[in-house]
Design a protein around this ligand. Structure first.
Ligand code: G3P
Ligand code: CA
Length: 243
């Protein structure tokens, strides 16, 4: 599996900058974290863009479904002012812009493929095409969509893809193997010492989201969690040693 750090900034340093923006990614690095997690989906003209929700309302000055707007319309929106006037003018990043920025910053990315509202297979193929053979950014893919996880093993065989789950299914191990996943990404609220032991005992890399409490992060790490995804990289880097 790809070498990942023990702390990954969720949507960038999203506690102090607008999530899924270039500003949030830059601040994550300033706070001492060199990997970010972000969410990629499709515009109406099938371009890869970074945004979490399936609608524009919460994190931009637009309204309605992301997938109803073409790239030019999405790029015209403000994706920073909702968070603070300081970030007025931030744009919805494209995937290629993001990868170029991360390459220049020498950062890595957990790229969550999020087909909320668009065709999952089209998104998977577009992401694979954009990533291509670029080797200038360490990339760990992930998705809640099991079909996407499975197809990424075929579309991007040189990249790892984690399987995201909110709840851990009883048959997680056999499904994980069928999907050819490279890691299990679990909602931290689901994790107990016993559950972590069950997963790590199978030599499955365990990543958890979203942890903003240092005590909880320390506990999860003591249970064998490989990486913590956090909104607050500044707090976590000072609180949690690499081990
Ligand atoms: O990738 C971990 C986490 O980001 C998954 O949940 O809803 O924040 O995308 P969400
Ligand atoms: Ca995400």
């Amino acid at each position: 599996m790809i070498r990942i750090p023990h702390i990954i900034a969720h949507r960038g340093a999203s506690i102090e900058a607008p999530e899924n923006t270039i500003a949030a990614f830059r601040i994550a690095q300033v706070r001492g974290v060199n990997w970010i997690e972000c969410d990629v989906t499709l515009s109406a003209d099938e371009q890869c863009v970074l945004i979490h929700d399936d609608t524009l309302d919460r994190t931009t000055n637009g309204t309605g479904p992301v997938h109803h707007q073409d790239l030019a319309s999405l790029r015209a929106l403000d994706a920073g002012a909702w968070f603070s006037d300081i970030y007025k003018g931030e744009r919805i990043p494209t995937l290629s812009e993001t990868l170029d920025t991360l390459a220049a910053l020498d950062m890595g990315v957990n790229l969550e493929i999020k087909p909320s509202g668009c065709d999952a297979m089209v998104l998977a193929r577009r992401v694979a095409a954009e990533i291509g053979n670029r080797r200038d950014v360490p990339i760990l893919l992930s998705s809640f969509d099991a079909d996407v996880v499975a197809v990424m093993a075929e579309l991007c065989p040189s990249l790892d893809c984690g399987w995201l789950v909110e709840e851990i299914p009883g048959d997680w191990k056999s499904r994980y193997e069928t999907l050819k996943a490279a890691a299990l990404h679990v909602d931290q609220k689901q994790l107990t010492a016993e559950k972590c032991a069950e997963i790590t005992g199978e030599k499955v890399p365990l990543i958890c989201y979203t942890v903003n409490d240092p005590d909880r992060a320390r506990l999860l790490r003591s249970w064998g969690v490989r990486a913590i995804i956090t909104d607050n990289p500044a707090l976590m880097t000072t609180a949690i040693p690499p081990i």
